[in-house]
Each structure stands twice: as C-alpha cells, then as structure tokens.
Design a protein around this ligand. Structure first.
Ligand code: HEC
Length: 102
C-alpha cells in the first residue's frame, strides 16, 4: 500500500484528484490556510498514517472537513490518500514534485 506512494504515476493521479477536490480548502500545495490544516508537515490532528488519512477522507472530520468516501469511491480514495500521505514524506514528495517545481 505504502509502496504506491513511491510510484510516480500513482502520485501524479493523486495530485490531480487533490487539485480537483481538496485545493479549495487545503491549497494546491496542501499547505492549508487559516482554519485549514497543512497536510505537508508532520503535525496531525488525526494522525498521518495512510490509514488515518484514509479515514479522514472517507468519513470526514469535525469542522468543515467533508466526507469524500461516497463520491470518490475506493480506488480514487486510495490514490488520493496515498498522495496526501506522500506529501508529508519528504523524500517521496521531492521526487514526485521535482519536475513540476522547475
Ligand atoms: C470545505 C473545505 C475542505 C475540503 C474541500 C477538504 N478539506 Fe480536509 N479539512 C478541512 C478542515 C476544516 C479540516 C480540519 C478539521 C478539524 O479541525 O477537525 C480538514 C482536515 C483534513 C485532514 C486531517 C488533517 C490532520 O491534521 O489530521 C486531512 C488528511 C484532510 N483534511 C484531507 C483532505 C483531502 C485529501 C481533501 C480532498 C478530498 C480535503 N481534505 C478536502 C477542510 C476541507
């Protein structure tokens, strides 16, 4: 499962999903804003493991974090959770975003 986070194609798809569904609140780089948590650091409200991120995504959390499980479905949810997980894994994020950052 965690291996997917090292697969550039999977990370790329996850990134696109992120820009579609999560950008508005968490920012295109996942760094958040006031009231919307930064997803790229290791400071988690609900845990930064792949499973915890998946739970957050699927079921939502308090405040304004909506549940995305139903409309994303399992496959996209998995890619998206993997992407978000990869954001806080610095070495992986660097390889995943290096070409776009230039
Ligand atoms: C409508 C705004 C909104 C959207 C859209 C949104 N989020 Fe959130 N998200 C939040 C808020 C607000 C919180 C903090 C909830 C809290 O404080 O209890 C949060 C929390 C989270 C957390 C938990 C962070 C932690 O520190 O544990 C993750 C992971 C997360 N969001 C991922 C996503 C992903 C991935 C998407 C896209 C599918 C997404 N969010 C879409 C508003 C949003």
């Amino acid at each position: 499962m965690v291996e997917l986070a090292k697969n550039p194609a999977a990370v790329e798809t996850g990134k696109r999903l992120f820009l579609t569904y999560c950008n508005v609140c968490h920012g295109s780089d996942g760094k958040g804003a006031k009231g919307f948590p930064n997803l790229t650091d290791n400071d988690w409200l609900y845990g930064g493991s792949l499973e915890a991120i998946k739970q957050t995504l699927t079921n939502g959390r308090q405040g304004r974090m909506p549940a995305h499980g139903e409309f994303l479905g399992a496959a996209k949810g998995h890619l998206l959770a993997t992407y978000v997980y990869s954001l806080s894994q610095n070495d992986v994020t660097k390889t995943a975003t290096a070409p776009a950052a230039k």
